[in-house]
Design a protein around this ligand. Structure first.
Ligand code: PLP
Length: 475
């Protein structure tokens, strides 16, 4: 297609859930791949010019830490930026550069770095309450009551990571249904539990046709029976449940996918998924590790009006401390009460993380979250204006305080659509930001987070950044 051909977005795309944000440009023009390649080369050269201490640090760290990082998500080539400290919405790297943090711990830092209320509560635990009792405590009981109230759960158990919560949610579903198989969404990431390693970000050559995806199982995992369906495809889910429903314990899905940038549900999709699970006696698990409080006061389930049987929470609920949870319907959670499922953990619900959780619960009022969401929506709208002015082949997607630019003129409704987006432009726009002091997560499948510490001025730097990139692309 030539530079000047205008493309109109497809009109036959189903409407997206009204609780989510997606805005397509009226028209767009392709970007010359040669321009992207030239700008990318220049930006990588620029990167090494201001981040020397991070490079040195990566050399040192790589001797004792594989890839020089503590989680492989943190790594990128030639080396990631190493951060020495953080406050509010800002990071200071080991070179002394100030960076606007739009990653915010993949959403875990929703309230901002070193929020005074979190610091006060955690300091109280460290200096007066204690950090670990391994006994029942008023602190853990109070937080279970607060979580059940906020997220409309009958019962909840605390864990230490999203991975652990997903593992236990699946075990609870198996114990409850006396079935073993699970269904997951193609391309979906849910942490490190074996059953959920299937078809996480598979190569297209490994997963069969789009209308009948085959599971991709990494060699190093023992997954059990895992069926894989495309997100937003009720036909595939109906077929799998009709054929295998009697063996399926659970369907695991992020209600809004936040590991493929942001992929929002079609209007009515989640309600139909709920009805299908009910019809086949399958436990519906909403993985809200990433959505959670970033989707709104009571998470994505409440925002979108569909109630799962179990929900998993992590990241945003802990104020930066390692806290996660799983909970939901009483009759399912009772597998823990009567011993059908064992749930243990030395650090579960310890008073240190409970203190942080209480602070987050106090800080994340309806008003506070609505304020941050308004900042996010103003930023998304301003970026839309840039996309329109430069007729960029891109659109914006958001949920609550999160947003992203997706480099495609058509909506991304599932993993295969996501794989068809322009990764060259995605890499360039991410690196463009990093080189201008804006850190969004690496990996090109993430989104920005407007924390309670971010202001309209902070987000204006992101908008300016998209603007200067657009100018360079069209120069
Ligand atoms: N589920 C989702 C949707 C996630 O994004 C993640 C982590 O990014 C997890 C589960 C795993 O959480 P954790 O890293 O705390 O184990």
């Amino acid at each position: 297609m030539s530079e000047n051909v205008l493309t109109q977005p497809a009109t036959s795309v189903p409407a997206h859930d009204p609780g989510t944000y997606r805005r397509l440009p009226a028209q767009s023009r392709p970007v010359d791949p040669a321009v992207v390649a030239r700008l990318l080369a220049a930006e990588w050269e620029r990167f090494t010019g201001w981040s020397g201490a991070s490079g040195e640090h990566n050399l040192r760290a790589s001797k004792t830490l594989p890839l020089g990082v503590t989680s492989s998500f943190q790594h990128w080539e030639p080396y990631p930026i190493s951060v020495a400290s953080a406050r509010g919405a800002w990071l200071t790297d080991v070179d002394g550069n100030k960076l606007l943090d739009l990653s915010m711990g993949f959403g875990a830092m929703l309230v901002g770095h070193l929020h005074p209320t979190v610091v006060a509560h955690v300091t109280e635990a460290l200096t007066s309450t204690g950090t670990l009792f391994v006994t029942p405590s008023p602190q853990a009981t109070e937080m279970s009551e607060r979580f059940c109230e906020r997220f409309q759960l009958d019962m909840v158990r605390f864990t230490n990571s999203g991975t652990e919560s997903l593992m236990y949610a699946i075990r609870a579903a198996r114990a409850y249904t006396e079935r073993k198989a699970i269904v997951k969404i193609e391309g979906g990431y849910h942490g490190g539990y074996d059953a959920l390693q299937v078809s996480v970000k598979p190569g297209l050559d490994e997963i069969g046709p789009a209308d009948a995806p085959t599971p991709q199982v990494p060699f190093d995992v023992e997954a059990g029976t895992v069926h894989v369906v495309a997100y937003n495809d009720l036909g595939q889910l109906t077929r799998v449940l009709e054929q295998h429903g009697r063996d399926i314990a659970a369907l695991v899905v992020e209600p809004v996918i936040e590991n493929l940038s942001i992929v929002v549900p079609d209007e009515g999709y989640l309600a139909a998924v709920r009805a299908l699970c009910d019809a086949h006696g399958v436990v519906l698990i909403f993985d809200e590790v990433k959505t959670g409080l970033t989707a709104g006061y009571a998470g994505a389930a409440q925002r979108l009006g569909v109630t799962p049987d179990l929900i998993t929470l992590a990241k945003s609920i802990g104020g930066g401390l390692p806290l996660a949870a799983f909970g939901g319907r009483r009759d399912v959670m009772e597998v823990v009460v009567d011993g059908r499922m064992a749930h243990f953990g030395t650090y579960n619900g310890n008073p240190l993380v409970m203190a942080a959780a209480k602070a987050v619960d106090e800080i994340c009022t309806h008003e506070a979250l609505a304020g941050a969401e308004a900042v996010n929506v103003r930023a998304l709208d301003a970026i839309n204006a840039v996309i329109d002015e430069y007729e960029l082949p891109a659109h914006t997607v958001g949920l609550g305080v999160k947003g992203c630019v997706t480099w495609s003129t058509t909506p991304v409704r599932n993993y295969r659509d996501y794989k068809a987006t322009d990764f060259g432009l995605a890499e360039l726009s991410w690196l463009w930001g990093v080189n201008r002091g804006i850190l969004t997560p690496p990996g090109l499948d993430e989104q920005w987070l407007v924390s309670l510490a971010h202001t309209d001025d902070d987000m204006a730097t992101l908008v300016d950044d998209v603007h200067t990139l657009a100018q360079a692309l069209r120069a």
